[in-house]
Design a binder for this molecule. Structure first.
Ligand code: HDD
Length: 691
């Protein structure tokens, strides 16, 4: 497989410094002056070149999805799909296609924090044998609006308010909720955005969706509709909101670092690609329009067929050259993939290339190594800013005879738009089949487990309590009355307001009830990688059971988890039953939110840890954030000192709060590993929290 990003790579090992003109530099430290204390001369081309380049280093950030992280990898097809599509990545089991994936937040600026409550972008560029195919999706399968015409309004509403540029990376402000409260079609997406999907534990642990209905087209020209799904092998796991907000200061790069470290450690993130394939006939049977991007097709109605797997195995060599300059575009399709008439998708087909022309400074950004296809490019497009290709000959038009007719049209081998029959009037408007907005919002809510439902209510309460305009709050809750009266009542109660009348339906009949779809719960997808890559803090200090710590570390490593020794101070620590141990991190620099679980060894109840407020706070936060906790011997006393219910009945009914008499209690340690793989003990939660 060719190596996309290493095209154009520069290695300066053993090379002298030069100017951009290749002139070797004798002195890169001092400018040229008239006397050592005198003025600098205009002639100093070395200084001017260096400063001028620096002055132009920044490019505009993406108008949305500005903050993100990416990685290289490949896609492997499980089975030949030629009956459905001629798209190159699906031609034969074992077919491998290089990819570059970028995950992103939507609202925040390039330097904002990763764990803001937000939709996440999930964009994959397939460098196929027949050109680039970009699947530019999100981690939620529906969207806020039905027509691209409303996209600038949506984005203006959610971005920081224009008069004072606040708040950063947050939808919790008046303009966003004003817009969505007046846009009932947003209701379904709002339920997703207020759910735990908006605070993923890791990019590696979130689903991706193409959102729109697309077309697959086979070599005979026959077409079916298709929805794309990415399912992470690590399972779908989320943060809790209090943790996510604390993480914004503890590590604003939390998701970026997580992706980077997993790949560096060889724990390559993987997702399976699935398709929901259906005919126009089937589409006409659904009680919603498949061209409406605020609707999903429940998996229980139409199973997701798994067709391949993506593995991300290599971090970028250079963030700017690759992750910042990569340009995804839903219009980048290949023979075998085509658009549907979804009016949101139709607008996207225009927007991306257009925005990239200004973001990347001209029409030749497809030549940047990260964007260049791996299949050959031949056409008569010429010139423009920063052109790299040196096109030879005098022919740059078609048809021609002087160039032997080349490059020639590929005919049946080339991309051909699916010849859908359309016989309609040209009108501005929206179909009646797009009018119903609550049934799927209710489906989503009713398909969540009780803790997930509670988190949705808390998220609405949090966001709306930041909205100052009472009428806006009331309009949002009026939509929630249509979705789920109990949700509306809980949110209204938190906001200290009466439950308003349900939002008006106009002439529409009340929405049809759907049976719940368990597949819509995050908890339905625990994944197959168990405790692997989970970060476990082991609190250590003078006199802890060193032999026990070693044994527990070994067990965690066997489970491919990441044990880290956290102490009050760095430097060797004298321990019982072993040589001294070397802590990795301190309580000061590595607070609780950076870990998935904590272990408290025997001996931790004495000495520096017992007197350290940060240690007690660490344990309380681990408890509050529902994380697995394991103590042995006297270590349990530190949990008790943190006022955790370690001796009470509730501890015994909490499968993630585990206490053993000694370190070699394998059954308890195994129960801890099971809890670690299970991620969170939500049954511990109370509203308000106990600690
Ligand atoms: Fe978009 C970026 C996903 C609707 C216009 N979008 C962007 C990215 C993702 C999405 C993942 C970042 C790509 C990257 O990593 O570089 N966008 C979506 C999804 C949508 C959606 C899943 C609905 C289903 N977007 C949408 C609409 C429009 C845009 C309706 C405009 C009509 N999106 C853009 C953009 C961006 C973009 C302004 C900003 C930077 C860029 O394209 O390259 O063109």
């Amino acid at each position: 497989m060719s190596d996309q990003s290493r095209k154009g790579a520069v290695d300066s090992t053993d090379q002298p410094l030069t100017t951009n003109q290749g002139v070797p530099l004798a002195d890169n430290q001092n400018s040229l002056k008239i006397g050592l204390r005198g003025p600098t001369v205009l002639e100093d081309f070395i200084l001017r070149e260096k400063i001028t380049h620096f002055d132009h280093e920044r490019i505009p950030e993406r108008v949305v999805h500005a903050r993100g992280a990416g990685a290289h990898g490949w896609f492997e097809c499980y089975a030949d799909l030629a009956d459905l599509t001629r798209a190159a990545p699906f031609q034969g089991a074992g077919k491998v296609t290089p990819v570059f994936a970028r995950f992103s937040n939507v609202a925040g600026e390039r330097g904002s924090a990763d764990t803001a409550r937000d939709v996440r972008g999930f964009a994959v560029k397939f460098y196929t044998d027949e050109g680039n195919w970009d699947l530019v999706g999100n981690n939620m399968p529906v969207f806020f609006i039905q027509d691209a015409m409303k996209f600038p309004d949506l984005v203006h509403a959610v971005k920081p308010e224009p008069h004072h540029a606040m708040p950063q990376a947050s939808s919790a402000h008046d303009t966003f909720w004003d817009f969505v409260s007046l846009t009932p079609e947003s209701t379904h997406m709002l339920l997703w955005q207020m759910s735990d999907r908006a605070i993923p534990r890791s990019y590696r642990m979130m689903q991706g969706f193409g959102v729109h209905t697309f077309r697959l087209v086979n070599a005979a020209g026959a077409s079916v509709f298709c929805k794309f799904h990415w399912n992470p092998l690590a399972g779908t796991h989320a943060l809790v909101w209090d943790e996510a907000s604390k993480l914004m200061s503890a590590d604003p790069d939390f998701h970026r670092r997580d992706l980077w470290e997993a790949i560096e450690a060889g724990a390559y993130p993987q997702w399976e690609l699935g398709v929901q394939v259906f005919t126009e006939e089937q589409a006409s049977q659904f009680p919603f329009d498949v061209l409406d991007p605020t609707k999903l097709i429940p998996e229980e109605w139409l199973p997701v067929r798994v067709v391949g797997r993506m593995t991300l195995n290599r971090n970028p060599d250079n963030f700017f050259a690759e992750t910042e300059q990569v340009a995804f575009c839903p219009a980048n399709v290949v023979p075998g993939i085509d658009f549907s008439n979804d009016p949101l998708l139709q607008g996207r087909v225009h927007s991306y290339l257009d925005t990239q022309l200004s973001r990347l400074g001209g029409p030749n950004f497809h030549e940047l190594p990260i964007n260049a296809p791996q299949s050959p490019v031949h056409n008569n497009q010429r010139d423009g800013m920063h052109r790299q290709a040196v096109d030879r000959g005098r022919v740059s038009y078609e048809p021609n005879s002087l160039g032997g007719g080349c490059p020639f049209q590929a005919g049946a081998r080339g991309f051909q738009s699916y010849p859908e029959h359309v016989n309609e009037d040209k009108v501005r408007g929206k179909p009646a089949s797009f009018a119903e907005h609550y049934a799927q919002a209710r489906l989503f809510y009713e398909s969540q487990t009780p803790p997930e439902q509670a988190h949705i209510a808390q998220a609405f309460r949090f966001e709306l309590s930041k909205v100052k305009t009472l009428a806006v709050r009331a309009r949002v809750v009026a939509h929630l009355v249509r979705v789920a009266p109990d949700l509306a009542a809980t949110v209204a109660e938190g906001l200290g307001m009466e439950v308003p009348a349900a939002a008006p339906l106009g002439d529409l009949a009340p929405p049809p009830p759907y049976a719940p779809s368990p597949a819509l719960s995050l908890l339905a997808r625990p994944g197959t990688t168990g405790a692997a890559t989970r970060r476990v803090a082991i609190l250590v200090g003078e006199g802890v059971d060193g032999a026990g710590v070693r044994a527990v570390c070994a067990a965690l490593l066997r489970a491919r988890a990441v044990p880290l020794l956290v102490a009050a101070r760095l430097g060797p620590c004298a321990v019982a039953g072993a040589d001294s141990i070397e802590p990795d991190l301190t309580l000061e620099s590595a607070p609780s939110v950076l870990f998935d679980a904590v272990i408290v060894p025997d001996g931790a109840q004495r000495g520096t840890l017992a007197g350290a407020g940060q240690a007690l706070e660490f344990l309380r936060q681990q408890f509050r954030h529902c994380k697995p906790m394991y103590a042995w011997g006297g270590g349990a006393a530190l949990l008790a000192a943190a006022s955790l219910p370690v001796d009470s009945g509730s501890a015994r009914s909490d499968p993630a709060l585990l206490v053993a008499a000694h370190a070699n209690d394998d059954a308890t340690l195994n129960a801890f590993l099971v809890a670690l793989a299970g991620h969170r003990a939500y049954q511990r939660e109370t509203d308000p929290p106990r600690v």
